[in-house]
Design a protein around this ligand. Sequence first.
Ligand SMILES: Cc1cc2nc3c(=O)[nH]c(=O)nc-3n(C[C@H](O)[C@H](O)[C@H](O)COP(=O)(O)OP(=O)(O)OC[C@H]3O[C@@H](n4cnc5c(N)ncnc54)[C@H](O)[C@@H]3O)c2cc1C
Length: 495
Amino acid sequence: MRIYIGNSPMKIPMCPPPPVYRNEQWIPLTSLEDMQETDYDVLIVGSGAGGGAVLWRLMNQIGGSGKRIGIVERGGLLLPTHAQNIATMNGERFDKYFSSAAAIPPRYPSPQIYALGGRTLFWATVSPRMHAADLASWPVPLKEMDIYYGIAEKVMSVTQNFTKRASLTQILLNRLQKDGFPDATDEPLAINLESINQYGVVNSNPYFSSLVFFAQALNSPFDLAVNARAVEVLTEKDRVVGVKVMSPEKKSYFLKAKKVVLSASTFGTTQILLNSGLRNSAIGHYMTIHSRVFGKGIANRNEFPEALGPLHILIPGTEDRSYQIQIWGPGAYPTVQYQVEPLKREWEISFYASGRVESRFGNQVTLHPFKRDEYGVPEIQIDFSFNEQDEAVIRQMGEGVKRAAKAMGTPLVSKDGQPPICLWRPGMELHEMGTCRMGEDPSDSSTDRYGQVYGVQGLYVADNSVIPTSGTANPTLTTVALAIRTADHIIRQLK
Ligand SMILES: Cc1cc2nc3c(=O)[nH]c(=O)nc-3n(C[C@H](O)[C@H](O)[C@H](O)COP(=O)(O)OP(=O)(O)OC[C@H]3O[C@@H](n4cnc5c(N)ncnc54)[C@H](O)[C@@H]3O)c2cc1C
């Protein structure tokens, strides 16, 4: 082959060679040095469900308007998509990968993910709304919750169609509806079932993560720094002025901002607020979770058509039913892509029941009086226990799981030393909420109805910690709905 230097003999000029880049990432990053030089209109801390939703809404509504938006994330670039979208994943590998990527708070078994995307890189995408009876005591009118739930469901591609053609789900759903659970339904999941999106582009992200928020936000410029841990909120005369951020080398940066949104998760946000000396009467208190009763059932293969399909059923919580039940299976089926499963006579079915837990002042996150982490930030201490009312709900849940298994004809069984029904330790359900809860009364709430921290102008919280009461529904859809609403409020303030 001849290589032509200069013009080709065909008298057509040679095309320039492609540019060569080094150290580029799959998402544009900004250094903390550069961020320190900018006066941000809004600075977001944390890139999971809440932080991603705020960023998306801001960029979607005021991107390109000249407002300067920045976001800092404590972790690095662990994954460029939800872990389920990775071709080599199966159920077992997923669990192991999640476990090895997670950080566990002292003496509380609730794994946290410090990485761009936060826990949404691994979440199970179950996205029910809170029941109206639970929302009734919240400071946000039901009509508004309805609107923001609608926006959240749309952007997260929440659907009940995932199991519409799955015979196992439909047959078991039918049995439940006939026998005591008329409101049992296909589970709402944040999984985008369109293989080609509205732009004619192949969708490589069926399982939703907050990285989808980032992808859409990238239509306008914003600054993102990873490996950037916020340690303190900076205030002047009861007004936020910025955030102190540290790099893994323990270098400090002072980022200036008119509005700061803390979306560092229930524990992360509380730790930052307390470490900043910002203590109103509720910050850190009223922590709530869902109690979780787990049951294992068995489905007899012979009772179903050849192709079982995935099983995802939700028995929702109601005013009278203080728990919801998620029913999954068969085996690890919903979480495999290419794995060939052997023929089996019996398949395992999992029941995950989530119970309402009372919000109590004494269930709390505080700072350890002397233990500090490698950044010099006091470690958090988590004090949580169930009360009698919670225990009554746990007993009802146990009965509910038994009734559901009976109605489905899938008897509960003991396996590998695990009883047919057991109670998970608090934390294992991964649903901590409430430590910065929103409410009308500053004496028992940390933020107002828009997530603005009482006593500090311009400081907002948008993550699971603002959820006022546990309800029974998985929290993330609600967090995203509230975060979008907070972003809308901030946009109005910026105008
Ligand atoms: C395996 C698994 C399955 C789940 N399944 C479901 C489900 O099916 N349905 C559901 O509703 N929920 C589910 N969840 C819970 C769900 O992931 C959380 O409700 C949701 O991600 C919480 O959003 P968040 O914004 O509060 O926190 P996160 O999404 O965890 O985001 C917090 C972010 O803040 C960052 N951060 C923390 N501290 C700092 C700091 N100091 N400075 C800068 N950044 C910081 C973190 O690194 C992280 O990126 C599941 C979670 C897991 C792990």
